[in-house]
Design a protein around this ligand. Structure first.
Ligand SMILES: [Zn+2]
Length: 561
């Protein structure tokens, strides 16, 4: 037997677990305790709106949202704040931009016009494209702007501390740098050049503590992606005149906003990377306990990568799948379920194209739902508790009192193909008794959504074995004589009476097989060939029901010559 690491809290959902850890921290750490008393538990995340935002960031948003929800469920005053790092410099052209945008390189994103109409700025375009989708994903976040936080003077206190301790910050940088100290006198603050408006090109070299003024140069060759104008100036660093470099800013945000939880993707968590430096600055310069999963001494674990379609998609499209484009591949509610169910430390590569991943995800979701409503019993109580919690934390709308009607996804996919459209599929569902006519509007909407997605799935992503087209006439050339006559005998039984039930179809198949002496397997194969031009298909009795008894008989009749 292989030995497994025992985890006594296996039944506890990861978001609940984190909520408890952070609550304990706040009881033990006086600074955090005071912060939480004033502001509640702040779960924080941030993103630079430099272009289309990758789905990896979306994983972080759903993780943070789930932690905040878990905290609120425990009676903790908690909220998720997502800030747009809109004062970051524009440092790279992306392929969606016109060439004229080159002139903005080096400027803060919030000061660059939007490449598309209807948005306040470049930053606003890419950020609000994402946040507009939050409702669909059930993400409840307070949206902030890091640029506005500078404008309002929220960072003034930490800016002064950082500038007063510029040498110590330089020492922390060199401690984590492989090259060691570069002997630079650069201050940990980048002002916006008063002459050209760029923030990526300025070099601040002197801090006048008495006047609280910094001296800077806007340098032509400081970075290779933007050219400074050569201006020399002095300016107050406060109230939005500039910003910290990223690693210092990360650390400064924690005491400024009062952050208790902020995790990030693992690319930030490498040794000597931005998280290590930010932790040291938070601890040594601002004397604030770094947020979960880090402590003053330990970096903790980042969340893992989330990709759709793996390498094949990230390389062919350059940037991979964007958060905004993510719901083209699967419904938002289902993706949320996937991310809530999976521990943050597990890699997710979700490949919906030409695979059965979507089917498995729907089946898993439906099973969780049945467990939640006690419609499916599983002997392992811990697992049942865990599944119920996954359902609660992943559910986008308020949870209903009764379980929504489940239409198995493969059935929905077959049905919508055979009947040709969603409306006829619903009629068939009524006929077959899967749903009754008095079903609630909300339930009907739920089923319609599933059928619509199933239709899209079969068109765009489904492997061939799930794709069906009903024949207009049966391909006689693919069938043996004995098969044709068995199918015609079956046809006679079909057309004699009223509309049969599936059980009755089964009985008719049995009779046909025994009367003709054809092997059952051969009969089924022949029937699928006649109806779908395939050797396999969905359950035959159910297929006949979907095609309709009359139409099935008509197709088989084409075998008569
Ligand atoms: Zn300049």
């Amino acid at each position: 037997m292989t030995q497994q690491k025992t985890n006594p809290r296996k039944d506890i959902h990861w978001a609940d677990n984190i909520a408890e850890i952070v609550r304990n921290r706040a009881q033990q750490d006086p600074i955090l305790k005071k912060t939480v008393k004033q502001k509640g538990y702040i779960v924080y995340d941030e993103k630079t709106p430099s272009g289309k935002i990758h789905i990896g960031a979306g994983r972080g948003w759903i993780i943070h949202d789930s932690i905040a929800k878990a905290m609120r469920d425990k009676g903790m005053k908690a909220k998720f704040i997502l800030s747009s790092d809109d004062i970051d410099p524009f440092d790279k052209m992306n392929k969606d931009l016109p060439a004229t945008y080159k002139k903005y390189l080096g400027m803060p994103f919030r000061n660059i016009p939007s490449p598309e109409k209807g948005y306040e700025s470049f930053a606003s375009l890419y950020f609000s494209q994402c946040t507009q989708k939050f409702e669909e994903y059930g993400i409840e976040a307070e949206i902030q702007s890091t640029g506005k936080a500078y404008d309002k003077g929220l960072f003034n206190r930490t800016i002064k501390i950082a500038l007063d301790n510029a040498d110590k910050i330089q020492e922390i940088y060199s401690r984590f740098s492989r090259k060691g100290s570069n002997g630079t006198k650069r201050l940990p603050f980048n002002p916006i050049c008063e002459k050209c408006g760029k923030i990526g090109t300025t070099y601040a070299y002197e801090w006048d503590q008495k006047r609280e003024i910094i001296k800077y140069r806007c340098e032509p060759n400081l970075v290779d992606w933007a050219k400074g104008c050569g201006h020399k100036g002095e300016i107050s660093p406060y109230n939005g005149n500039g910003k910290f470099p990223w690693k210092v800013e990360w650390a400064a945000k924690w005491p400024t906003i009062g952050v208790a939880v902020e995790t990030a993707g693992k690319d930030h968590f490498t040794y000597g990377g931005s998280r290590s430096v930010a932790i040291a600055i938070s601890d040594e310069i601002f004397n604030y306990p770094p947020p979960y999963p880090s402590t003053r001494k330990e970096i903790g674990k980042a969340y893992e990568f989330f990709t759709i379609g793996g390498k094949k998609m990230s390389t062919s499209k350059g940037m991979g799948v964007s958060f905004v484009g993510m719901s083209d591949y699967a419904p938002a509610s289902l993706l949320r379920y996937l991310l809530v169910k999976t521990r943050p430390h597990a890699v997710i590569d979700f490949d919906p194209i030409g695979t059965n991943k979507i089917i498995l995800l729907y089946e898993s979701y439906d099973r969780t739902e049945r467990i939640y409503y006690n419609k499916e019993h599983i002997p392992n109580e811990k697992e049942a508790r865990h599944e119920k919690r996954v359902y609660e934390l992943s559910h986008v709308d308020p949870i209903k009192k009764t379980m929504p009607t489940q239409i198995p996804f493969t059935y929905a996919a077959t049905l919508v193909q055979i009947t040709g459209n969603v409306e006829s599929a619903i009629e068939t569902l009524e006929k077959t008794g899967h749903i009754n006519k008095s079903i609630s509007a909300m339930n009907r909407k739920y089923i319609t959504e599933r059928l619509n997605y199933a239709k899209k799935w079969t068109k765009e992503f489904a492997p061939d074995e799930y794709k069906f087209i009903v024949n207009k006439s049966a391909p006689a050339n693919k069938l043996k004589k004995a098969e044709v006559s068995a199918l015609l005998i079956f046809r006679n039984k079909l057309s004699q009476k009223r509309e049969h039930t599936e059980d009755e179809y089964m009985e008719l198949i049995r009779k046909t097989v025994s009367e003709t002496g054809i092997a059952p397997r051969e009969f089924y194969k022949a029937a699928y060939l006649a109806l779908l031009n395939k050797e396999h298909g969905p359950k035959l009795t159910s297929l006949i029901k979907m095609i309709g008894q009359k139409k099935t008989a008509m197709i088989l009749t084409t075998l008569e010559k």
